[in-house]
Ligand binder design. Sequence first.
Ligand SMILES: Cc1ncc(COP(=O)(O)O)c(C=O)c1O
Length: 512
Amino acid sequence: MSFQGHPVEVRPAGAREHLFNDRTVEGYRRSLVAGIDRVASRVARTERPFSGMTPDRLAPEISAIDLEQPLDDPAAALAELEDVYLRDAVYFHHPRYLAHLNCPVVIPALLGEAVLTAVNSSLDTWDQSAGGTLIERRLIDWTAERIGLGAAADGVFTSGGSQSNLQALLLAREEACARAAAASPAPLSRSEILPGLRILASEASHFSVRKSAGLLGLGMDAVIAIGTDQDRRMRPAVLARELDRCRREGLVVMAVVATAGTTDFGSIDPLPQIADLCVAAGTWMHVDAAYGCGLLASRTRRHLLDGIERADSVTVDYHKSFFQPVSSSAFLVRDATVLRHATYHADYLNPARMAEQRIPNQVDKSLQTTRRFDALKLWLTLRIMGADAIGELFDEVVDRAEQAWELLTEDPRFEVVTKSQLSTVVFRYLPQDGPARELADDANLFAREALAASGEAVVAGTKVDGRHYLKFTLLNPETTLADIAHVLDLLAAHAERHLSEKAAPELCRQAG
Ligand SMILES: Cc1ncc(COP(=O)(O)O)c(C=O)c1O
């Protein structure tokens, strides 16, 4: 076939047959269906959340693959993937995956993921996304409305809670610098202001707050840890004292970070009291609701977030408690105009005249440039299931955590720390009495590792007051109380084995 003497190819050939376009849709269908079939059949026969694979055994298998020798065949590549990834992946959908803040995902969101990667919109500018930009904006408005941030609110989807917290503190820093400069009788440079800035956050807040302080040029030490009560919630009296101390010492508290759902304890800081203190001190209030945001969809527990509507900025992670695949997160502000601190007008991308023409470019609000259309997953979730269904799933896991806590408090083998307001349970195996009690730390570390190595279940570990503890993060409504009881038995058996095998000689030695 030819056109004006130039040959025209009818069928794509060679490298071009792999490009996704109007002529390759059949290959696209075949390839994706094969991939979906692989994952579906793997998930259908997954009996344990993890194979127990170690990095030492898996690394050589991955190193042995010659990346200079393509297989040229999706089926062969998928078969290979089975051995280097699917077989030994950690499966969050499994009811005995109880470790970190990873949720099982809902099918409407997986549908969204498939659509968004194929169309591949980039949400930086309207001319790379069109409707995608408007859908993201609508979801930001929906979330802001659920929070109660008011008509002037705005925000943007982010890669995760860490990025949202960084952006919150960036904006708070800029506002604090502007205020400090305006209040000073003599000109003040940024480098003179930064050393005096402080961030107050509870001792149970997420480490990304400290990391952000480092990235923002303040140093991690600029974060002052505020003590918590026995439920691991920030103590407002301690916060008030620190705010006062900073004022007296001429330090500027650029933000107070309240956590609505701490990573370890699922505790929600007393938001109304913190908001009052922030107003009185003229300080930015950021609420890190990365975990607790699921309550926004709950019909029975939304009140636990009361006070969040008074925040200057909020972090929400749909990929933690809205049953969305990684990544799906957002950052919201009460006053849209503060987002200007994240704006840069590049001639090639988003010149200022576009803003004047009211062209909706999300890059003007984001720390990222090219950015996935992650919002589509939440959109299809809301359009297919609805928010109430998400809230029901989250309520179920919070109920389950309450039941697990009761189970643990009645079990003499374990000590449990605090009753979570969300869905974590922090506990440890603790021998009743005798010298073995001293070896509890080792026994808990061992039990966690041995359980993961068996693949029967995956639980997390953390430290409380310098001691090693175990943690369940319950995000799967399919996890039953029987699953939890079974995992406790496994942990106790591993811990007891450790004490009898490894610790007994040590105890004999100590006894003389
Ligand atoms: C309270 C809290 N904030 C922020 C984060 C960070 O979120 P991401 O992992 O999405 O960056 C986490 C993660 O566990 C968290 O628990």
